[in-house]
Unconditional design. Structure first.
Length: 417
């Protein structure tokens, strides 16, 4: 059993790094009952440090994957695994990726089960000569159900409830994940990170909306730890959803100030800040260090510094979008940086829709429609309402058009892979 879980975890870790950005900072509750248990605890601590460094933008995803693979190889050697190498990951087929992506936290759950319940280990299985090198959807479900069954007999095991919540979330069973996190928070009410993790899955369970109970959980987390990165990120998202753009900027700016300058995470949050500032009408003033001349310069911009047209979603993709999903309509320069020159926020329920973009919707006085001759118009549907492009988003683009053009037609006809 030990060999199987360790090999499965090593085999599929690299795949999940492409789709998940862990922000969890959880201390292990497993007791050090043997040499192998001690090694596994050290392994967990090292992985948490790596995840924290990745979340803070200190290391790249490539470096994170390389370091994580090295830690797992050392663990296999230290625990006396009969196979010191793992099989190479297969080519990315949709079904395989879906199964493997879900398998990572489940494999970690397997490790937890071994450490947390050593009496459940089958010595004969561990000593067997043919450890499996793949994991099936059925095995994933069995591992989750095994943990759920064990928690019925050990309901006070907070760490077990956390693992179960993560596992259900990985399987997109968000209602069950929320219930598991609810059990965990009842036992660890002062854990800020746990509260925001609970808020996250609870929001997913109610249609990706953070209003109501998720918002209260985030507020509780911030009261305990005002600098918690995930709490600040979610607080900014909640304010943005409520169109309290200035408050969203406050939360996100505090988050950016705690991150290494120029990190990937910081840049992503800064993009959200710029969008909130633009929607609040404060972006230009902030970018120009408070110079009042910006308003006058906007009034002097030529009336042709705008583009207009219509946005619709392709029939084949309508079933993949919910009415309350966010639609971002933007223009970017054909020959220039990929920063939006103007941006407009709508909902899927508004589609099809006519739009107009102009300099008043810019995020920076130096990056405006009037500064460029040719632009591309894009429209993107974000299920989570995030300005940053994510896997699963729906999008469409126009051909290059001249600034001043009207009647531009954009069809949202592709899914981000």
């Amino acid at each position: 059993m030990i060999t199987f879980v360790l090999l499965a975890a090593a085999f599929i870790t690299g795949i999940l790094l492409l789709v998940l950005l862990p922000l969890w900072r959880r201390k292990s509750a497993a007791e050090k009952q043997s040499t192998d248990s001690v090694n596994i605890n050290i392994f967990r601590d090292q992985l948490r440090e790596l995840d924290d460094d990745l979340a803070a933008g200190i290391i790249s995803r490539e470096r994170h994957a390389e370091a994580r693979g090295e830690i797992e190889r050392r663990l296999l050697e230290d625990t006396g695994s009969e196979s010191s190498s793992t099989a190479p990951a297969p080519r990315a087929k949709k079904l395989t990726i879906a199964i493997l992506a879900a398998a990572i936290p489940i494999a970690v759950t397997g490790l937890y089960l071994i450490v947390g319940s050593p009496q459940g280990v089958n010595p004969q299985a561990s000593a067997g000569g043919n450890a499996p090198h793949s994991i099936t959807a059925e095995q994933i479900e069995q591992m989750v159900e095994k943990l759920a069954a064990r928690l019925k007999n050990s309901p006070d095991d907070a760490e077990g409830w956390i693992m179960l919540g993560r596992s259900y979330a990985a399987l997109d069973r968000f209602s069950e994940a929320a219930a598991a996190y609810g059990q965990a928070t009842a036992r660890l009410p002062g854990d800020a990170q746990l509260l925001v993790d609970y808020a996250d899955v609870l929001g997913m369970s109610q249609g990706r909306r953070l209003s109501g109970e998720p918002e209260k959980l985030v507020q509780r987390a911030l009261a305990i730890d005002p600098d918690n990165p995930k709490a600040l990120a979610l607080a900014g998202t909640i304010a943005f959803e409520q169109q309290k753009y200035a408050m969203a900027v406050v939360h996100w700016q505090k988050l950016v100030d705690s991150l290494p300058a120029g990190s990937e995470f910081a840049r992503a949050i800064q993009g959200s800040i710029a969008e909130a500032q633009a929607l609040a009408g404060t972006g230009s003033a902030k970018s120009a260090s408070g110079k009042s001349g910006n308003i006058q310069k906007k009034l002097q911009d030529p009336p042709s510094a705008r583009v207009g047209g219509s946005i619709r979603i392709a029939d084949a993709l309508k079933a993949k979008a919910a009415p309350d999903d966010t639609v971002f309509i933007f223009a970017r320069a054909v020959d220039g940086p990929p920063v939006p020159l103007a941006i407009l926020r709508k909902r899927v329920a508004d589609l099809p829709i006519d739009f107009t973009l102009d300099d008043s919707m810019s995020m920076s006085p130096d990056m405006r429609l009037s500064r460029f001759d040719n632009v591309i118009i894009g429209a993107r549907i974000s299920r989570r309402g995030y300005a940053k492009r994510e896997t699963g988003d729906l999008e469409g683009f126009s051909k290059p058009v001249k600034v001043g053009s009207t009647g531009i037609k954009v069809v949202i006809d592709a899914e981000v892979r």
